[in-house]
Design a protein around this ligand. Sequence first.
Ligand code: HEM
Length: 418
Amino acid sequence: MFQVSREFAPPFSLISPYFTAGSLFYMVAMLILPMFGADSAMYDISLVAWVHLFLLGFVMMIIFGAMAQLVPVVLEVGHFSVDFYYLIWPLLAAGTVLMALGFAAFPTLLPYGGIMVLVSMLIFLADTILTLRKVEHVSLTVKTIGVTNAFLLLGILVGFAMALTIGAGVGIDIQRWLGAHIVLVLGGFVTLTIVGMSMVLLPMFGLSHGFDETPVKRAFKLMSIGVGTYFVGALFDSESIRFLSLLAIFGGVGLYLWQIALIYKTRARKESDIWFKSMMVGYGALAFALLLAPIALIGRLESVALAAAWFLVMGFFTFLINGHLFKIIPFLVWFERYSPLVGKQKVPMLADMVPKKPGEFQFWFTAVGMAAGGLGLLFGSDELFKGGAAFMAAGSVFMFYSVKWMMNFGKNIEQEKQ
Ligand code: HEM
């Protein structure tokens, strides 16, 4: 699906704040998580605060950093303006903190946080769209990025309209638009972006090739149609359109999992490192979420819906992102600090640039915690949920430590050069 070249890649100093800030937000969100219980209602406003702290501060932050790196690499054109990326992360970080505080305790802060997040995302979208316009051949990749960005734009506009309703008292019917907001940003942007990026990253890190790509192409179409029609369902307030749209999205996720199985079968690298184990847990969690979601939808079971959302977000998103950081950061650091030294002195291997023990600890604490927390939600057990959350909190400290460790690897070499 994609070609990879590093000619247009932006400097590491531009990307690294995204990974540092993202893993810091991740740790803070995880340390707060044990304060919630298995009985926390989906519409509890402190849960909404936490959800945005986690999704904007961690998930979106890291995706933006990774896109800054990957978009020019796969499209083989430079960013329209790479300097935009110096603005995006501070605006996103500050806006996320204000939004979380706004939801949790000070509603008047909400529109201010909302506007900062909105502006940071509009800058991201502007750069991406203007970069896409430089591409001469409109490939499937270009279309994919165009579609996901359109969903993000719609999703955050709906979010902002809801934030105005809460913070300033004017706006839209939240009950009607909340679902569209969630489906657009989580399904239309985060999941579809992960689908697209994984088609570059999984074959690259697992050394797979020669597999059929039909399932992912169909998955992409089905999921995009599902997300688009869900928005139409919200527009006309139609329960049946929303129901059918969700079924289309579930079908798309099923096809994507099939694609992953094809990539897995053709992989040449058999080693079971942290990245590989994280992928197994992440895709396992996605498959489990896909099993639970139709049951929740048809049976209208809130605890099952909450558990499905947990396995999607805390299992699939978290493990895909954190697992890839153990590959991407060493690669970027190596390229920045060691590639000029090749042939002149001994340079480390990528595998030497990963902290083995802390990496393993973060993996096991997070995996056990994620499974226990999800089962706690499913069976309504507060003890299991809180125990799982505490394990995830411990895992997040090891994760943050590992990210800093990988970022600092060989820093003394850089200082010697100056
Ligand atoms: C400008 C950016 C955004 C604004 C202003 C915003 C605002 C909001 C508002 C007002 C709600 C409804 C709260 C309620 O139920 O009363 C909400 C819910 C939600 N938003 Fe956002 N949002 C934004 C971006 C995002 C993004 C990028 C994501 C995901 C990546 C996201 C995920 C969610 C989720 C999952 C919920 C449901 C939370 C729950 O019911 O517990 N939002 N958002």
